[in-house]
Design a protein around this ligand. Structure first.
Ligand code: PGA
Length: 251
């Protein structure tokens, strides 16, 4: 399975800045991208078109969205439907990012609805899961991952194409803090996620990508990406500059 290097730009960059960064990244990386690697940029909605345009025709480079609403269309002021994203060239979307769960109040059930609806609509989905520091300290890592993962895929057909569903393990305490999870912590969490995926999806669960996210930087990326059951990374802060992110992608 190809390793996925995903850039989550969160609420950063105007449309023109985003298009320029995507074009610069492509310049820095294309030609040197190792076989078996894919690059995904997740800009704000307003910058999807220029990013998709900058990446058009580039093999193994994709654009995606950070969020969407799980309805085809309708009276949902301020929301964006999967079909609108696909039309702009977004092939992927995140669900369950910790900022949506903990800052914007999304429940496990909502994340589950989005994951199933996004897949049904034709998007590939990266479902994010991860424990808060107090949950880890209370010994609840496995319980939190199991609850979020099972609820996240509750309505996903069991015969979903494994390439279209990935899980990102992002410990909340490691996001944007500079505090990266160590190899032991990453191995343990990814093994838990892998076991759950196989339990739920059978053999296809072995072919679903599990990404790590949380303070991935150019100087720790190669160590993380080499770990068992780490099939890619989801990068926030260090993905905002083309130079930094190119060093992660080429690590
Ligand atoms: P970070 O963010 O790399 O800045 O820690 C990761 C994420 O939130 O996806």
């Amino acid at each position: 399975m190809n390793k996925l290097f995903a850039a989550n730009w969160k609420m950063h960059k105007t449309a023109s800045e985003a298009g320029q960064t995507a074009a610069e990244l492509l310049r820095l990386v294309s030609g040197s991208l190792k076989p078996g690697r894919e690059v995904l940029i997740l800009p704000p909605f307003t910058a999807l078109a220029p990013v998709a345009e900058a990446l058009r025709g580039a093999q193994n480079f994709f654009a995606g969205a950070q969020n969407f609403y799980p309805q085809k269309q309708g009276a949902f002021t301020g929301e964006v439907a999967p079909g609108m994203l696909l039309d702009l060239g977004a092939g992927f979307a995140l669900t369950g990012h910790s900022e949506r769960r903990h800052v914007l109040g999304e429940t496990d059930e909502m994340v589950g609805q989005k994951t199933a609806f996004g897949l049904e609509s034709g998007l590939s989905i990266i479902l994010c899961v991860g424990e808060k520091i107090d949950e880890r300290r209370a010994g609840q890592l496995a319980a939190v991952l199991e609850r979020q993962l099972r609820a996240g895929v509750a309505a996903v057909p069991r015969d979903v194409q494994p390439a279209r569903l990935a899980v990102a393990y992002e410990p909340v305490w490691a996001i944007g803090t500079g505090e990266v999870a160590g190899p032991t912590e990453i191995l343990e969490a990814h093994a838990l996620v892998r076991r759950l995926l196989v339990d739920i999806f059978g053999a296809a669960g072995m072919q679903m990508r599990i990404l790590y996210g949380g303070s991935v930087k150019p100087d720790n990326a190669s160590e993380i990406i080499a770990l068992d059951n780490v099939d890619g990374v989801l990068v926030g802060g260090a993905s905002l500059k083309a130079d930094d992110f190119s060093r992660i992608v080429l690590a």
